[in-house]
Design a protein around this ligand. Structure first.
Ligand code: PMV
Length: 318
């Protein structure tokens, strides 16, 4: 049996890093997806092949952590085989449109799609909560101490407010008047290392960092209201404040600052780094009719721009 599943990438609009310590955050799923085809094998092995990363690896069961970037995927597939009591192996073929190591949730989307495709190949549909929970375990291998926002948004799609201790809330937002532009710094980075660096800073100066975290949490709550109201001027202003807080905790870079300031000077409503920072992408919010001018200015400071739509479909199987 063979089955294909896909899951979307994401952009965090508010609250990355602060969400790791249980502040609320806001993310949207975007129109780039990871596709996974799972095929049952007679042999008791897990074969993983990534088309876009040109990587492949074969694991005997249970798979042992060899620090290979494909190991978390094998682990995710194995969790499903184990849960469903399989007596065979599986081949996992990944084809992802989501740039890796860029802050767009590529690993979570791959894990979510792997779990759904593996179950479907075995004739089962897992509940969304189960898929998200299993993908969280794979994310722990990739990122160390993830908040859970990436696996949640890749599973459910749309726009969500997320809090580690409370789960997620779907937001009702109409994005028709605005564009989301993603501008690459061209610098890959490791989420796990950046999260650790920020947590170390918190541990060194808790009384200084605590009010910054609190402000970030209040900001996300306010932003959710403004998004649902369609007050995009306010959303943009709050994105700028959020970027300032992320700079304060040390995850911005000169390339991110250049992009963010170029976007604001060209008339963007708001601009901030997205995801772990340290490189990766900045997200720019602008009115649809300003998009052309902003893209023209961003081309001067970013090697790659993506114009993305918000994607309402989360994980889906075929
Ligand atoms: O850059 P990404 O896509 O790996 O997102 C990381 C988001 C953080 O808030 C920094 C970590 C997390 O687990 O939420």
């Amino acid at each position: 049996m063979r089955a294909t599943a896909s899951a979307p990438g994401k952009v965090i609009l508010f609250g990355e890093h602060f969400v790791v310590k249980d502040q609320p955050a806001i993310a949207v799923a975007v129109s780039l997806r990871a596709y996974v085809t799972a095929t049952l094998l007679k042999e008791k092995t897990i074969r993983v092949y990534s088309r876009n990363l040109a990587l492949s690896r074969e694991y005997t069961l249970p798979p042992a952590d060899d620090k290979n970037p494909l190991y978390p995927v094998a682990h995710a597939a194995f969790t499903v085989l184990n849960k469903l009591g399989a007596y065979h192996g599986i081949s996992i073929e990944i084809d992802s449109e989501i740039p890796p190591s860029a802050g767009m949730g590529s690993s979570a989307a791959v894990s979510v799609a792997t779990i759904a495709a593996t179950a479907k190949a075995m004739g089962e549909d897992l509940r969304l909560e189960e898929i998200s929970r299993m993908a969280y375990e794979a994310e722990r291998i990739v990122h160390g101490r993830p908040s859970g926002i990436d696996n949640t948004i890749a599973t459910y799609g749309g726009a969500i407010a997320y809090r580690k201790s409370e789960g997620f809330l779907r937001l009702n937002v109409d994005f028709k008047d605005v564009s989301l532009i993603l501008a690459d710094t061209g610098k890959p980075r490791s989420t796990g290392l950046l999260v650790k660096r920020v947590l170390d800073l918190y541990d060194a100066f808790p009384s200084v960092l605590e009010p910054i975290y609190y402000a970030a949490g209040r900001l996300a709550v306010e932003a959710a209201k403004m998004m649902e109201r369609g007050d995009w001027e306010a959303v943009g202003a709050l994105m700028n404040v959020n970027h300032g807080l992320l700079s304060a905790i040390g995850v911005s870079t000169i390339e991110l600052e250049q992009i963010v300031y170029a976007a604001r000077e060209a008339g963007a409503l708001g601009a901030k780094l997205t995801g772990a920072g340290g490189g990766g992408y900045a997200v720019i919010l602008c009115k649809r009719d300003h998009e052309g001018k902003i893209i023209e200015e961003l081309r001067k400071v970013s090697p790659r721009l993506l114009k993305l739509n918000v994607e309402n479909t989360g994980v889906s199987t075929s």
